[in-house]
Design a protein around this ligand. Structure first.
Ligand SMILES: [Zn+2]
Length: 276
């Protein structure tokens, strides 16, 4: 998490629980880079698109913002990618509240996780926190199936997993919370194809067994998608980078209540969903 000093991996419940639903501003797959469009990926447009989303979040009031991964696209060098991350993050920093960064494969293809998170003043790669009686969990699936962390172009984007240690931490975090939980992750937990985790079934079992997770918010698959498996809703957000102009923007505001029910209001190309 940005803004506070150091986020512990299991923060205590925020004071003042109650009141209205938690409102979360969501941005996924901005892929910002200072380079020409490639097919429908319009990299430079992500700067004004993030500005528009942040302005909307600030004007209507959200409790915090979650950036769901692939904030940047690839550059020619470590320095260039660090510059891209700082540049796009300058727009996110306009939001005067907490910001949470989910690692995406493009964030940590050349850069290491620490390098990317430092450039965005982000926190740990994965952690949990409570807000107004809801538990929020940020996961990091940027690992090869042999559990080596992504970085320095050492991986194939079609191979991602959550290592055993992080799975154990996830079970523990869900055991400890007494709240309903929302999970954020870049890669998909709900499919077994190129976009899904190598150990998606293991992770789904952990989430379902807890009985506490109402929704998983994902990115990575640019068209976006929705699936329900067992009691859990899996929303794949549409990529912000797709298409030129602000008319093709895509971002969302999630409203979650302590009973786990939620509404996702989509803007631009992002669809809206009601999660019972
Ligand atoms: Zn992406």
């Amino acid at each position: 998490m940005a803004r506070s000093k150091k986020q512990s991996r299991s923060a205590p419940a925020a004071p003042g629980a109650g009141g209205g639903p938690v409102r979360v501003g969501l941005v996924a797959d901005a892929h910002y880079a200072d380079k020409a469009d490639r097919k429908d990926r319009c990299y430079r447009w992500s700067l004004p698109k993030v500005q528009q989303a942040v302005e909307h979040f600030s004007r209507t009031g959200v409790d915090f913002v979650v950036e769901v991964g692939d904030l940047i696209d690839s550059g020619a060098s470590i320095d260039e990618e660090t510059g891209l991350a700082r540049r796009i993050n300058k727009e996110l920093r306009v939001f005067k509240g907490d910001r949470h960064y989910v690692l995406g494969n493009h964030c940590v293809s050349l850069l290491t996780k620490n390098e990317f998170l430092r450039a965005c003043d982000g926190g740990d790669p994965y952690y949990a926190f409570d807000h107004k009686g809801v538990c929020f969990i940020i996961l990091d699936a940027c690992y090869r199936p042999d559990e080596q962390p992504y970085g320095r172009n050492n991986f194939d984007w079609r191979e991602a997993c959550i290592p055993r240690a992080e799975c154990e931490w996830l079970s523990g975090a869900l055991d400890r919370t007494r709240s309903k939980a929302i999970v954020f992750i870049h890669q998909r937990v709900d499919v077994g194809d190129d976009y899904g985790l190598a150990n998606g079934q293991v992770v789904r079992d952990i989430l379902e067994r807890s009985g506490k997770v109402s929704a998983v918010i994902q990115g990575h698959y640019h068209p976006g998608d929705y699936r329900k498996i067992g009691p859990i809703h899996y929303i794949t957000l549409s990529a912000m980078v797709t298409g030129p102009g602000l008319d093709s923007n895509a971002y969302a505001i999630l409203e979650v209540r302590p009973d786990g029910s939620a509404d996702l209001a989509g803007f631009g190309r992002q669809k809206s969903y009601t999660l019972e």
